[in-house]
Design a binder for this molecule. Sequence first.
Ligand code: XUL
Ligand code: CO
Length: 437
Amino acid sequence: MSDYFKNINEIKFEGENSTNPLSFRFYDENKIVMGKKMKDHLRFATCYWHTFTWPGLDPFGGPTFDRPWMTSSDPLKMAEMKLNEAFDFFQKIKTPFFCFHDRDISPEGSNYKETQNNFFHIIDLMESKMEETGTQLLWGTANAFSHKRYMSGASTNPDPEVFAYKAAQVKDCMDATKKLGGSNYVLWGGREGYETILNTNMKLEMDNLRRFLELVVEYKHKIGFSGQILLEPKPHEPTKHQYDFDSASCLAFLRKAGLENEIKLNIEANHATLSGHSFEHEISYAIANEVLGSLDINRGDTLLGWDTDQFPNSVSELILPFYHIFSNGGLKQGGLNFDAKIRRQSIDPEDLFYAHIGGMDTCAKTLLATEKLLNDNILPEYIKKRYQNWGKDLGSFIHSKEASLESIQNKVIDDNIEPKPRSGNQEYLENILNKYL
Ligand code: XUL
Ligand code: CO
């Protein structure tokens, strides 16, 4: 029996003028946008960790959330209660997908075997819940960063026993993700980095990270998992330096390891801004290099320098990310995972709903704006025109095999080439974009 959310009914679309805070004003799941249902474009996922597992801690204060499944008695029973409540929530909020870490859904036991039994016990129950409700798994992942055994890294730990422990854990989690029909498997290198170079052999750590990823890819093929394997870049936090800093450093690493065709990226908004980039930069970089896998959707706070993981609430922040995604084929096997948490003062069951409703409505409103932006075609036409000379004689010559620095120089002299600067029209373009917000 689930009763934590008993006072809340299924959230319905009521339209823009609705004053009911427990309704959608823009997310109309079956509405056709750009030829497809809204829900199939957006592929929303609720995350298990922030929404059901995080108790409202901050570095200066203890738990603030009074959830019935967070008491200390019988951890496995608590995990079962959490599972029931989570599926009740998924059905009421109507995110078609969810995501989990192994340790969000089931407790560690006193040894590996016991932990494994707890995990597969919950996975079996989860499988039945998924069948019963039709909720799907966007991705699974292993938490190899919270327990103290991982304090100096997981696959980049100085101790091979820790590497082995993580490998065992990831094998189980990949098996579970496959069993549940997950569309992706995510690897976020929570502590795959270092605190001080004084005690760190960077070359060996990076070789070991490569070895770990090779083993993951090998196992994916062995078990016939058809989902995508995704790395999730983040520049720092918890460690000071992380090896998977941003899209560009992940891609460089993957290329050196020869894994660029096997592993794609799960890009998170607040990780992008922590690395000094915008969300749209990280997304377009991944698209340009054919490694966009999925998105963790949230937002940071410009006044705070850490990962605040707030729910998205601004169309103007999302319009450029969406424009790039939907002008390049959409999310495909990926989705929009709300890797976002309510504030620790938001302690009512309704607060979890308000947060997701706000995030889903903001994304839906952005999708509608993106449709207009793409239909009007002003921005794509502008870009096409700006680069059009690359399709003409000189551009084609430069790309041809005959071109060399000497022959290009001859052209400059013979054809009297004197480039004339042309405006980038930034403010004009910003005004155009504003019309859609
Ligand atoms: C941490 C983070 C993780 C990953 C999954 O900042 O984003 O929750 O998404 O491990
Ligand atoms: Co994330």
